[in-house]
Design a protein. Structure first.
Lengths: 273, 133
């Protein structure tokens, strides 16, 4: 009987992990500008782990979030070298990693230094898939992140455990609004009301809001109308390897497109995929 | 394409076994009957897939890598909680009346002793999934 090696061992070794980056755009009076990139890790191609949702659900069920978050961080910072140090970079970290792994922030600081990436241009996106826990150690980790100069984003605001309590615990610099709330907002009065509520709430916190998962221009317009100026989604640009984003000219500090020209950018990104 | 194959293609089956040869043979045989088939080698991998996809049937070996010998039964218990409509078959080379009772108590629809001819497994799957027609 030949049994397969444990998948987790291969993941922690970093075998086959791929990193792509999805731009986050900022709408300003003179057009759209690049705000930063969210780093996204994919599992080995052709396996069940290729999709991030299955990969990280597996990791959470193995309770190995911390080990895998560390591996992903190393992979992301290495891959991000091609983007240069100027663009803001966002990286997803499990809340459980911050709560359990007391050395994670120290590891992050060392890795940022090693890759010459300024902490002030780095955002930790907290993903929460379990009820809020960790209490004191989680708070200490957040304090350490802020002392380091790293910004904090709360992912999937309004869904699951990214709730009001989590908002109060994290005091995020960014509220990231999930596709579930964004998609269809142009046709749904109540979704739009929720977006407006989150935009108002973020203002009280002095935070910025990112509308995620945008793939409809009408929904994008609604987000803008409700005061959400940061946007991310297939409509604007699909996640891409760093080399392709560089070739697309997204790293220049200049308006990347007119508002009504976003389709052209999305189309060019799709062609490069 | 026959009507049977058309219907089966809308039914997604998850095969959970830590032996690659058995896993792939089962996948290929069920796929040849028109089913959409995914495979997992570990309980946690299976759970991650079940969290994402709507499986109509889960075929699980009772013993999986990295556990204590009853991982398949624990998977079925969890499946019953999160996907109560899905059908479940437990396979084992260590069958006993007690294990069969335990499997059915946890929510398995069928308990089969290995080795199971693939034709028999496919026939069992077909009977269980006929209820979805």
């Amino acid at each position: 009987m030949i049994l397969d090696p444990c998948l987790l061992d291969a993941i922690i070794e970093g075998d086959g992990l791929e990193v792509v980056f999805q731009p986050i755009f900022h709408h300003r009076d003179d057009g759209w500008r690049l705000h930063g990139f969210e780093a996204l890790t994919r599992g080995p191609r052709g396996t069940n782990m290729e999709g991030a949702d299955v990969l990280f659900e597996y990791v959470r069920r193995k309770r190995e979030e911390s080990a895998v978050d560390r591996v992903c961080l190393a992979r992301v910072l290495k891959a991000a070298r091609q983007l240069g140090s100027a663009p803001r970079l966002s990286f997803n970290v499990h809340a459980s990693t911050l709560g359990r792994d007391r050395e994670f922030v120290t590891y992050l600081a060392e890795m940022l230094q090693h890759h010459a990436r300024p902490a002030s241009r780095f955002t930790v996106e907290i993903v929460e898939h379990a009820p809020m826990w960790g209490g004191r150690s989680f708070q200490l980790a957040l304090d350490d992140l802020r002392a380091l100069g790293v910004s904090v984003a709360l992912d999937d605001v309004g869904l699951g455990n990214s709730n009001y309590r989590m908002i109060l615990e994290c005091r995020p610099d960014y509220f990231k609004v999930d596709r579930y709330l964004v998609a269809g907002a142009s046709r749904d009065f109540f979704r739009r009301a929720v977006l407006r509520s989150i935009a108002d709430l973020s203002g009280s916190f002095g935070a910025l809001v990112v509308a995620e998962g945008l793939d409809d221009s009408a929904d994008l317009q609604v987000a803008l109308d409700e005061g959400i100026a940061l946007a991310q989604g297939f409509l604007l640009c699909r996640p891409q390897p760093a080399a392709i984003l560089k070739a697309m000219g997204l790293l220049r500090d200049a308006p990347v497109m007119a508002f009504n020209g976003r389709r052209a950018l999305a189309a060019s990104a799709g062609a490069s995929a | 394409m026959s009507l049977t194959h058309f219907t089966n293609a809308t039914r997604r089956i998850l095969v959970v076994d830590d032996e690659e040869v058995i896993r792939e043979a089962t996948r290929d045989y069920l796929a040849s009957h028109g089913y959409t088939v995914d495979c997992a080698r570990e309980r946690e991998e299976a759970e991650a897939l079940i969290a994402k996809h709507d499986y109509t049937l889960v075929v699980a070996d009772m013993r999986l890598t990295g556990g204590h010998g009853r991982e398949g039964l624990e998977l079925i218990s969890w499946l019953r909680e999160c996907r109560p409509d899905a059908r479940a078959i437990v396979l084992t080379a260590y069958a006993s009346p007690e294990l069969e009772r335990e499997s059915l108590r946890r929510g398995a629809d069928l308990f089969l002793e290995k080795p199971v001819p693939l034709s028999e497994l496919a026939a069992c799957a077909g009977r269980l999934l006929a209820e979805f027609a």
